[in-house]
Ligand binder design. Structure first.
Ligand SMILES: Cc1ncc(COP(=O)(O)O)c(C=O)c1O
Length: 356
C-alpha cells in the first residue's frame, strides 16, 4: 500500500508531477532543453525574490553544500551549529580542507544575531554557514536578522544558507536579506522526487570563488557560468526532474507565494497545537519551524510501532533524528500537503494510541 509521506523529505509527490517527469526525453544541448531552463530559472528567481543567478545542480543538497564551502573563503569559515544538519556543514567544510571553526548551541535552540556577532568578532572569517530550517530539531533560525547583522558589521563575510527543508515552504528574501548562497534539494518543500538541487548565488560569491585556489570542478560557479547564458549546464542534467520542476513551479506560482507561506504556517500551527495537547514540543517555542514539527515523546510511546500502525493505514512519519530517536518524532507539513491531510494524520495517531 502507498504510504503518504509525512516525513521531512522526500515528501508526497502528486500524480501530475510524477506524470510531468514522463515527458519524452530531449537532448541537453538542444534548443528544447535551453528553452526549458530559460523558462524555469526566472520562476526560481521569483520564488527566492532575487535577480541573482540560480543554478540547477544534478545532485542532492549535500553535494552543493560541499561545492559552496569550497568556493566561499580565502581565509576562514564560521560554521554555526544547532543540530545534525548544521553540524554536517562543519564536517563538510573541514573535510574539504577549508580552515573553519564551529560555534554551537544545544539542540532545540536557535542561532541568534548576538551569538553570530560574538563569534565573528573573535576571528578572521570571510564566510559563515547557517541552516535556515534545522530538520533534526524542527527549528527555524532567524536568518533575515542574522544576515542584517552580518551585512552591516562584517561586509566581507559571505552568508551561505542551507534552506534544504524550507525553500518553497517559507519566504527567503535572498536579495533584500543580502544572502550569498542559498541552496535546497527538490524532494522537500518543492514536493518532487529527489536528485536535483537549486542554488542561488550572489555576484559577490561568484567573485570570491574566482579568488579561491581549489574551487573544485563539478559545482564550480565558473564552470556553471560558461553555460548559464546559453541556458544549459556543463554536465548532463536530470532533465526529467527539471521538466517536473517547471510544472511544479507553475503550480507554486499559481497558488501564490504568500498563500503558500501561509498554508505552511497554518499546517505548522495546527500540528504544534496538537503536539502541545497530547505531547510536548522539543524546540524553543520562539523559533518553531513552519515545515516540520519535532514532537517530544513525553508519553514514552514506541515511535517505531506507531509508524508501523500508521503504515497499515497508508501514512508514514519520522522517528527522532540521531540521539533523539524514540525520544521525539517528527511530522513534516511541507510541499503539497494540506491542513486536511494533517487533520487526518493526527486523527489516525489519536486512534492508534487511544489518546483522549
Ligand atoms: C537541513 C538539511 N540539510 C541538508 C540535508 C542533506 O540533504 P541531502 O541528503 O538531500 O543531500 C538535509 C536532509 O534531510 C537537511 O534536512
Amino acid at each position: 500500500m502507498y504510504k503518504k509521506l509525512f516525513i521531512p523529505g522526500p515528501t508526497h509527490v502528486r500524480d501530475e508531477i510524477l506524470q510531468a517527469q514522463a515527458a519524452p526525453m530531449i537532448g541537453h544541448r538542444s534548443k528544447e532543453y535551453a528553452d526549458l531552463q530559460a523558462e524555469v530559472t526566472p520562476k526560481l528567481q521569483q520564488l527566492l525574490y532575487t535577480q541573482q543567478r540560480v543554478y540547477l545542480y544534478t545532485s542532492s543538497s549535500t553535494g552543493v553544500m560541499e561545492g559552496s564551502v569550497r568556493q566561499a573563503s580565502t581565509r576562514r569559515v564560521l560554521n554555526t551549529a544547532c543540530g545534525a544538519f548544521s553540524k554536517r556543514w562543519h564536517q563538510i567544510t573541514a573535510a574539504n580542507g577549508v580552515p573553519c571553526d564551529k560555534v554551537e548551541v544545544p539542540m532545540g535552540q536557535a542561532i541568534t544575531p548576538d551569538l553570530v556577532d560574538e563569534a565573528l568578532s573573535g576571528g578572521d572569517y570571510d564566510a559563515i554557514t547557517l541552516v535556515m530550517n534545522e530538520t533534526s530539531t524542527g527549528l527555524m533560525n532567524p536568518v533575515g536578522e542574522i544576515a542584517a547583522l552580518v551585512r552591516e558589521k562584517y561586509p566581507d563575510v559571505l552568508i551561505l544558507v542551507d534552506a534544504v527543508s524550507c525553500m518553497a515552504g517559507a519566504k527567503i528574501d535572498f536579495d533584500a536579506w543580502g544572502l550569498d548562497v542559498c541552496l535546497a534539494g527538490v524532494q522537500k518543500c518543492f514536493a518532487l522526487p529527489p536528485g536535483l538541487a537549486i542554488c542561488a548565488v550572489s555576484d559577490r560569491a561568484r567573485e570570491r570563488a574566482r579568488q579561491v585556489t581549489n574551487p573544485g570542478y563539478y559545482f564550480s560557479y565558473a564552470q556553471m557560468d560558461k553555460k548559464y547564458e546559453l541556458h544549459q549546464t556543463p554536465a548532463t542534467p536530470a532533465i526529467s526532474l527539471i521538466q517536473a520542476l517547471n510544472a511544479q513551479m507553475d503550480d507554486i506560482l499559481a497558488e501564490g507565494l504568500e498563500s503558500r507561506w501561509n498554508r505552511h504556517r497554518e499546517m505548522a500551527a495546527y500540528v504544534q497545537e496538537w503536539a502541545r495537547r497530547f505531547f510536548d514540543l522539543y524546540s524553543d517555542e520562539r523559533y518553531l519551524s513552519p515545515t516540520v514539527t519535532n514532537v517530544e515523546n513525553t508519553r514514552g510511546i514506541s515511535v517505531a510501532k506507531l509508524n508501523q500502525e500508521l503504515g497499515k493505514r497508508g501514512a508514514m512519519i519520522s522517528n527522532g533524528y540521531g540521539d533523539l530517536k524514540e525520544k521525539c518524532f517528527r511530522i513534516a507539513h511541507m510541499g503539497d500537503l494540506t491542513l486536511d491531510d494533517l487533520r487526518w494524520l493526527t486523527a489516525q495517531i489519536e486512534d492508534i494510541l487511544e489518546l483522549t
